[in-house]
Design a protein around this ligand. Structure first.
Ligand SMILES: Nc1ncnc2c1ncn2[C@@H]1O[C@H](COP(=O)(O)OP(=O)(O)OP(=O)(O)O)[C@@H](O)[C@H]1O
Ligand SMILES: [Mg+2]
Length: 424
């Protein structure tokens, strides 16, 4: 079949790499793609927000199946529009994508379905929000309801910080995403991510992962989109995975079906593993970035039939095989990220780096210029590696990074530290 992948990051490069290797793939297109994705797919300069243009391209190029990488087009209803045009698409409908697109929606769903999550209330008035924050005390968490590209959540250590966050969000700094907010209880514990593939009725557990959000070693400095990740998360053992399925994922699927918006696609549960068990922090309605860059190397089975089974509602009969090895990915970013950074700097040594055993390099923000690869974003490369242990995967990833010549780039040097400490 001809497949169109939407997106341009490291997540999409990892998906393109797996889909290009599928027995079912004839032509693979990616819009808009990047220099790494161009090695696996034909990149096309489509504006993904223009659904009519995407549909027209699918018709012209005889695209049989569209796979959507990021959340914005899902929340904008691209799957509904493609399906209405008779084109099969992987991912949730607009209504089902509210699991990521509205924090308030997800909190209400948890409340009515009895899914454990932080205690919360929803607000549109700053005055009432502040009164509630005062009644609960710090630490407390303030969240914009809508999509805010990682800028909508403040874990406030003090009431003053919580009040400033309330004013920032309801004051309009995040636009429509901040018309409403959720204030919730601070949860203590260890965070982990859990991924399940869903077809509206059935959920198939994929794998777990943990990421590092802070920019500097030791989990210090400002938050980023993610500086590295590894899979599996040691804290999600088989028993915990079974609990997450029965206590969180399966009740969510039942509740979504009951609301008339059955959930299809990847369901990414952000979890806090507390002394009372797993609690849901948030849902995302797509693969994580950089988590996808550690899930795909571990997936032995063909990805395309799994994505099709999710869309077709036949996941029940599907079985996926995973490498028992661990995978770890280190993000290389442009110096200055997540603040201001330079674009257009030259990256060398990628072929030598990719030759290290077990290593795959997934591009995030890159651009080709003749024979040269140029940095074209904040997060630029993901150096992923498989290994018998997280320690071995880490050693391979950093051995590959040592071969990359990019003076204007940097990475963290301790990705996976928590898992490696456990392995000792
Ligand atoms: N109730 C909570 N207690 C403690 N920490 C929390 C809580 N809610 C959120 N956090 C922290 O804030 C981070 C971001 O929160 P959340 O995942 O809800 O926001 P997001 O902007 O949707 O994130 P993402 O970009 O990962 O989708 C979490 O990964 C977690 O570290
Ligand atoms: Mg989120």
């Amino acid at each position: 079949m001809n497949i169109l992948l939407l997106g341009s990051g490291g997540r999409e490069h990892a998906l393109a790499w797996k889909m290009a290797a599928s027995a079912l793939t004839d032509r693979l297109f990616c819009a808009p793609g990047n220099a790494g994705i161009a090695q696996e797919a034909e990149c096309v300069g489509l504006d993904v927000a223009d659904h009519a243009a995407v549909i027209a391209f699918c018709r012209e190029s005889r695209v049989d199946f569209v796979v959507v990488g990021p959340e914005a087009p899902l929340c904008a209803g691209i799957v509904d529009d493609l399906e209405a045009a008779g084109i099969k698409a992987f991912g949730p409908s607009r209504d089902a994508a509210r699991l990521e697109g509205s924090k308030g929606f997800t909190k209400e769903l948890c409340r009515s379905a009895g899914i454990l999550t932080a205690a919360y209330e929803r607000f549109r008035s700053a005055h009432e929000a502040k009164a509630y924050a005062r009644s609960r005390g710090a630490p407390i968490v303030v969240k914009a309801d809508g999509l805010a590209a990682g800028k909508g959540v403040v874990v406030a250590e003090s009431l003053a910080e919580a009040e400033a966050a309330i004013d920032m969000i309801l004051g309009g700094e995040l636009g429509a995403a901040g018309a409403e907010l959720v204030i919730e209880e601070f949860l203590a514990g260890e965070e982990a991510s859990f991924f399940a593939l869903c077809d509206g009725e059935t959920a198939l557990p994929l794998a777990s992962a943990q990421d590092h959000k802070r920019v500097f070693d030791g989990d210090k400095g400002p938050n980023t989109g993610g500086m590295g990740a590894y899979s599996p998360a040691p804290i999600i053992d088989a028993a915990m995975s079974a609990r997450v399925m029965t206590e969180i994922i399966e009740p969510t699927l039942r509740a979504m079906k009951d609301t008339g918006a059955p959930y299809k696609g990847v369901l990414y549960a952000g979890l806090m593993i507390t002394t009372e068990g797993p609690k849901l922090i948030e849902y995302n309605v797509r693969f994580g970035d950089p988590e996808c860059q550690v899930l795909m190397p571990r997936l032995m089975s063909d990805l395309v039939p799994a994505l099709l089974a999710s869309r077709d509602g036949v996941l029940k009969s599907l079985d996926l095989r995973w490498h028992p090895q661990a995978a770890l990915a280190v993000v290389m970013a442009a110096k200055g990220y997540p603040g201001a950074y330079q674009k257009g700097t030259v990256i060398e040594g990628l072929d030598e780096a990719a030759a290290v055993e077990g290593v795959e390099i997934f591009h995030a923000g890159t651009k080709r210029d003749g024979d040269r690869i140029l940095a074209n974003g904040g997060r630029v490369l993901n150096v992923s590696a498989l290994g018998k242990t997280v320690r071995e995967a880490q050693a391979r990833a950093y051995a590959a990074i040592a071969r990359i010549r990019w003076p204007e780039g940097f990475c963290r040097h301790d990705i996976g530290w928590r898992a490696i400490a456990r392995e000792k």
